[in-house]
Design a protein around this ligand. Structure first.
Ligand code: MGD
Ligand code: MGD
Ligand code: SF4
Ligand code: MO
Length: 755
């Protein structure tokens, strides 16, 4: 007998509502939930394969503990005993910084990943913190921190209402969107065009998104900051500046960008000066417009400047914080909005990494520096000797996996919270496997703060957890206890502690709806089946739409949310300035000092025009970073690890379609089949990331049949955007040549001569 259950899809940032068909304890089918208040029935091929992803036979079912060098199945009790015994001595002997924490991408796709890592970091007190953010969007956080005083205040394009969308280094037709949560992003782009709007795409590849555009500009990789600076220059020179209110520093900005004229940047960008003027004029002329940049604008040498200039263009054209422009979402679990006024601002470089002295950003060190922080001793302090990895596969996702591979092997202790035995978790002494998504509840703490429409949804686990399994929330709560010296305590104590702290603080805040009340009385009112649900209830009730624990009886509570299984729509994005600002001035600070100090580096780039090929990445709709190549339904076809190369470059280099090519970078070399295609511009080649599933000791049986190569092996980890510490993953110089096939020795050569 089959039944259905609702589940928000965790497989990308679009957060579509799914209706799962369940037979027994298995998801046999997934379709879009037509009644979902946000996604309205949309589903993509990945979501449609939810069942296959969920029931992958290679998912681990029990914890693994290393004994005599081998990872063996163990009980949960044995596993947490081993974690406490592995981490505590390192903390006690070498201090907390000797314990590294790596948080990977799926943490933003699970409730556990939102609720527990902050407690883990606070409890451990380590500064050795690395996350996927520094191979992704850290430049955007830094730019937001400097402009708005809040690294998490990221404006999103108002896709449903804009008249003009300028999309830079993003390919939502494959990625389904990022830092812009929008189910059916492709449909929204088509709707934009259908209502007479304009789509402009800047990308060195003619992507599926670019094919949809009214105008596609195949910029030279890594030069977007120059291009955007020149667009800003045109706005100033042609009197097209009509800035958003609450902004300071417009004139200073005009001075600072003086040299970046269209003529000055044209050669470096490979975009004609006249066209740059047209781009700027079109942006200014549109009734409403939004500039939006993603991976291709972040993971480059001037990632922070490019991210900043995206917002600068929105601000100068008055499009920041207005409908149809780029606005700040307001999520249901956001903190109670504070009164408008100056804040504490955003500080960078409060401490530095030990080996290369990289400044911290948002409390994190660059993931590119993880290997050296483990394998290099300095007089400054202890190297990392123990590592906690949660949902992270940096051996494939970060630069120079071979070095990291060796470094991980040298650790005294490592624990991975991961459903797979993969390239990274194979080094762990303990692997703690979370249950598959069908067994986990879901709420998008992170993505609702980036959504193109305010809404709130919560789905409980679609299938009950088997008795031998442990919820990821409990795994992380027990992990926190084990590594902070409270091993064996009741995991509910972790949630209780957070509730006590949060409510204790809320009652002291004059602007809180619960100001002056008794925190114990409030805690007693919380509903929910378990700690995580009680915490969700608390956040909803304290949040901007909350019931304030009875103050606003119509407001949100967990109970109310549960009564709306398809979610609650909270309306379109609304102008919010100046409330979100936390800068020292209380205004948008258009030309922050660290940005001004980085402009000379951009100026130097005007003259840079390296010879040779540069590498960029690409994503495929049926893939997801490094962990979805093990699902047969999602592999094959065009989802392959091939090197895209333009016909002109192929001919010049003697590279033939389908034949092996050797790609060499600063960090190493890889060999992959060539795919000759004019969808990449001349001078640029493209390899996808997340491949290279050929290391021993993993259990990814399907992925190993077509392992692909690790593009990040071409990097040595030294190329960073200096302000954010973000890895440079795009626009990287490489050499490409046909792979000389090693000649097979003939039979006679193999035989040892008898004479
Ligand atoms: N060259 C190049 N490199 C890149 C990129 C690029 O564009 N080009 N993109 C970068 C970007 S944007 C990102 S975000 C990073 C991603 O890099 P990572 O943060 O390392 O994330 P993934 O590669 O997705 O690996 C996720 C890990 O989490 C595990 N996992 C899956 N589901 C769950 C779960 O529910 N719970 C737990 N605990 N674990 C789970 C998987 O098994 C896997 O080990 O890669 C970056 N690397
Ligand atoms: N199917 C699928 N979906 C995903 C993921 C996945 O792996 N697969 N990963 C998820 C994650 S973690 C993230 S962060 C998002 C990322 O979401 P997107 O940013 O939309 O990701 P990409 O598809 O990599 O698009 C980046 C584009 O930038 C272009 N580019 C490269 N260098 C430059 C440059 O210098 N300038 C410009 N203008 N463009 C450049 C590339 O050619 C590419 O088309 O996707 C998410 N969704
Ligand atoms: S677009 Fe993303 S969230 Fe929606 S079904 Fe596909 S993978 Fe899931
Ligand atoms: Mo990402």
């Amino acid at each position: 007998m089959s039944r259905t259950a609702l589940r928000i899809c965790p497989l990308c940032e679009a957060t579509c509502g799914l209706t799962l068909t369940i037979e027994g304890t298995r998801v046999t089918h997934a379709r879009g939930d037509r009644d979902d208040v946000f996604s309205r029935g949309f589903i993509c091929p990945k979501g449609a394969s939810f069942g296959a992803v969920d029931s992958d036979p290679d998912r681990l079912r029990t914890p693994l503990v290393r004994r005599d060098g081998e990872l063996r199945e163990a009980t949960w009790e044995e596993a947490f005993d081993a974690v406490a015994a592995g981490i505590r001595p390192v903390v006690e002997r070498y201090g907390p910084n000797a314990v590294g924490v790596v948080l990977g991408n799926p943490n933003v796709h699970t409730m556990a990943g939102a609720l527990y890592p902050p407690v883990l970091l606070a409890g451990l007190g380590t500064r050795s913190v690395f996350t996927a953010s520094t191979v992704d969007q850290m430049p955007k956080h830094v730019s937001s921190g400097l402009l708005y005083g809040d690294a998490n205040a990221i404006p999103v394009p108002d896709l449903d209402r804009t008249d003009h969308l300028l999309l830079i280094g993003a390919n939502p037709l494959e990625s389904n969107g990022s830092l812009c949560t929008a189910p059916d992003f492709p449909g929204k782009l088509k709707a934009l065009k259908a209502r007479g709007g304009t789509l402009v795409v800047i990308d060195p590849r003619r992507t599926r998104t670019a094919k949809l555009a009214d105008r596609h500009i195949a910029v030279r990789p890594g030069t977007d900051a120059l291009l955007l600076a020149a667009m800003a220059r045109v706005l100033f020179d042609e009197g097209l500046v009509e800035p958003t209110p609450h902004v300071r520093g417009v004139e200073e900005l005009s001075d600072a960008l003086r040299e970046f004229t269209p003529e000055a940047v044209a050669d470096a960008c490979d975009v004609e000066a006249g066209l740059i003027r047209v781009l700027a004029r079109d942006l200014a002329a549109a009734p409403t417009a939004a500039v939006y940049g993603r991976i291709g604008s972040c993971t480059v040498p001037h990632g922070t400047l490019a991210s900043w200039l995206v917002d600068v263009l929105n601000i100068l054209t008055g499009n920041l914080d207005r409908p149809g422009g780029a606005l700040f979402p307001q999520a249901a679990t956001d903190k109670t909005p504070r009164p408008t006024g100056p804040g504490r601002g955003f500080a960078l470089g409060r401490w530095h990494s030990r080996v290369s002295r990289h400044p911290e950003a948002k409390g994190e060190l660059p993931l590119s520096a993880l290997a050296e922080e483990i394998d290099t001793a300095t007089e400054e302090g202890e190297p990392i000797r123990a590592l906690i990895a949660v949902a992270a596969n940096p051996v494939l996702s970060a630069p120079d996996g071979d070095r990291l591979d060796k470094a991980l092997d040298s650790l005294d202790f490592m624990v991975s919270v991961d459903p797979y035995l993969n390239e990274t978790s194979r080094h762990a002494h303990v692997v703690l496997p979370p249950p598959p998504p069908s067994r986990s509840p879901h709420h998008d703490f992170a993505f609702n703060t980036l959504a193109v429409r305010n809404q709130v949804r919560y789905t409980r686990a679609a299938i009950p957890l088997e008795p031998d399994r442990m919820a990821e929330t409990e795994i992380l709560a027990r992990l926190i206890l084990a590594v902070t010296g409270m091993h064996g305590a009741d995991p509910a104590a972790v949630d209780q502690m957070v509730v006590d702290q949060t409510l204790g603080k809320a009652v002291r805040e004059p602007h809180s709806p619960v100001h002056g009340r008794d925190p114990r009385e409030l805690a007693a009112r919380l509903t929910g089946e378990n700690g995580p649900e009680r915490r969700l209830d608390m956040m909803l009730r304290l949040g901007p739409y909350g019931d304030g624990f009875g103050v606003r009886p119509d407001g949100l509570t967990l109970e109310k949310l549960l009564a709306h299984p398809h979610g609650i729509d909270l309306g379109p994005l609304r102008p919010r300035l100046p409330q979100p600002l936390k800068t020292g001035s209380g205004e948008v600070e258009l030309l922050p000092e660290p940005i001004a100090a980085d402009l000379p580096r951009l100026r130097a780039a005007l003259a840079e025009r390296p010879e040779g090929l540069v590498l960029v990445g690409r994503r495929h709709l049926r893939s997801n970073n490094s962990w979805m190549h093990n699902v047969p339904a999602l592999t094959g076809g065009s989802n392959r690890c091939t090197l895209h190369i333009h016909p002109a470059d192929a001919e010049r280099l003697g590279v033939r379609d389908g034949e092996a090519v050797r790609v060499k970078g600063a960090g190493g070399e890889v060999t992959a089949p060539a795919e000759v295609t004019d969808t990449v511009r001349p001078g640029v080649v493209s390899l996808p990331h997340g491949w290279g599933h050929d290391r021993p000791g993993t259990r990814l049986r399907h992925a190993a049949t077509d392992p692909g190569v690790n593009v990040n092996q071409l990097l040595d980890g030294s190329l960073l955007d200096p302000l954010s510490g973000n890895a440079v993953l795009n626009g990287v110089p490489v050499d490409v040549a046909p792979a000389t096939v090693p000649e097979t020795p003939s039979l006679t050569e193999k035989l040892t001569p008898l004479t």
